[in-house]
Design a protein around this ligand. Structure first.
Ligand SMILES: C[S@@+](CC[C@H](N)C(=O)[O-])C[C@H]1O[C@@H](n2cnc3c(N)ncnc32)[C@H](O)[C@@H]1O
Length: 425
């Protein structure tokens, strides 16, 4: 069935929303607000249909030629058809709409999306799938079929040099059946690039094979993912508010892959932290390797970091020590359980910063807002839907959102990171 639709807006997930002649909602990928399209319905879903573009009748002035030759087939990006300023505006609108749908009042200060310093070449870590036929690449849109690629425009140049060498060799064919994924990582502090081969379950890799592949790709290290295998050292230098410091971690720890934008996000978090009359006490939930703990402590606060990955906690402690800090403490624990302990002990913090994974805070939201009642809460989120759910709980417990800013951590994709500040009423 073909029909003409006008795209009203872009919704979470990146598709354009329009209406069929009978009023039914239709979602179309690769579109922009205001475009008039001839579409063909491809899927019936509960409450809406999905369609694909047959023809664009009226093109948005924000439409551009996607820079990547794999765009449309490779499922890695879905915003490359939009000029970068339009991508930022779309992310701002989606975040605001997520909050409005949850009936949350938006802060009076509505900040535009913070652009990434680099809109291409920003990724310091790439994970590619390897299928049984030796295709090395990313999954095709909405399938498990691997689209072979020789270059990813989102990755840094040193990563692409290694990828090109591997893709042009017979290695993907030789490794297929043994390896299911290849990870290429660059340490942000230097040009050192490292590989990780992820073997299929139960396969033990031939070390000679790994050495030969390392020599071909001219990489300094190569390991396959195994609990006992050595770790890959990674590090980044920061300069925040006149203080220079360095954070180190390894490939088994979480760290933001857009390192330049992460530095801007960290700066924002320090700026969002209110000034208190005396040295502040801050609880940094989901602290990882101390990405926010260290710079906040360098500003004079006493900070407790909570993180369940013991390896990350080890690096957080080491990073903190190397910065000469004596005002940080790290706890290896599950956030929700640890919050219960803090509530029982009637602990108080001026500010709680939380940077949970995509699933959000869940029940921890009420524990930290109603249970600990800090003066301020800083939220860092990578999913507007779970953020809206968490904010609904926190505001119901007596807080109001005073600042909110989308931060573009993943240009060319629909992913939306944000930072917010809540104040106790
Ligand atoms: C989005 S990352 C943020 C890390 C850090 N704040 C940063 O900026 O690099 C989320 C972190 O939460 C940790 N995590 C996930 N679930 C957790 C839980 N239930 N309790 C404690 N830590 C958790 C992960 O290991 C990861 O380091």
């Amino acid at each position: 069935m073909e029909q003409t639709v006008i795209i009203e807006k872009i919704v979470a997930g990146g598709k354009g929303l329009g209406r069929l002649a009978n009023g039914q909602v239709v979602l179309v990928a690769g579109t922009l607000p205001g475009e008039s399209l001839r579409v063909r319905v491809t899927q019936l879903r509960r409450g809406y249909v999905e369609a694909e573009i047959v023809q664009i009748n009226e093109t948005s002035p924000d439409r551009r030629q996607p820079p990547c030759p794999y765009y449309g087939r490779c499922g890695g990006c879905n915003f490359q058809h939009a000029a970068y300023p339009a991508q930022l505006a779309i992310k701002h609108a989606i975040l605001n709409e997520s909050l409005e749908r949850a009936r949350l009042p938006l802060p009076s200060e509505s900040s535009p999306t913070l652009a990434s310093p680099e809109s291409l070449g920003y990724r310091f870590r790439l994970r590619l799938h390897l299928d049984q036929s030796g295709n090395l690449g990313f999954h095709q849109v909405a399938t498990n079929t691997v689209v072979p690629i020789q270059r990813c425009l989102l990755a840094t140049e040193p990563i692409n040099r290694v990828l090109a060498k591997i893709a042009a060799s017979d290695w993907p064919k030789r490794l297929s059946g043994q390896v299911k994924a290849v990870e290429i990582i660059q340490s942000p502090e230097n040009d050192q690039v490292m590989l990780i081969l992820h073997p299929h379950h139960g396969i033990s890799m031939d070390h000679r094979l790994q050495d030969q592949m390392a020599a071909l790709a001219d990489v300094s290290l190569i390991h396959h993912q195994h609990k006992t295998s050595p770790s890959i050292p990674l590090s980044q230098r920061f300069s925040q508010h006149g203080r220079d410091y360095r954070l180190a971690w390894d490939h088994r720890c979480f760290f933001q892959t857009n390192c330049a934008q992460n530095a801007q996000l960290v700066q924002l978090a320090v700026d969002f932290l209110p000034q208190y009359p005396s040295a502040s006490t801050v609880l940094d939930l989901f602290c990882g390797i101390g990405n926010f703990t260290v710079p906040i402590a360098l500003q004079g606060a006493r900070v407790v970091g909570v993180e369940h990955n013991r390896r990350s906690v080890h690096y957080a402690e080491e990073n903190s020590r190397n910065c000469g800090l004596t005002t940080t403490r790290f706890v290896a624990a599950d956030v929700e359980r640890y919050l219960q302990t803090l509530v029982q002990q009637k602990e108080f913090f001026d500010c709680i910063l939380c940077d949970p994974p995509r699933r959000g805070l869940g029940r921890a939201a009420s524990l930290l807002a109603a249970g600990l009642a800090p003066k301020h809460i800083i939220t860092i989120s990578c999913d507007p839907a779970t953020l809206a759910r968490d904010l609904a709980r926190i505001t119901a417990d007596g807080y109001r959102l005073t600042r909110l800013m989308p931060v573009d951590m993943f240009p060319q994709t629909h992913h939306i990171e944000s930072i917010g500040l809540l104040e106790r009423n």
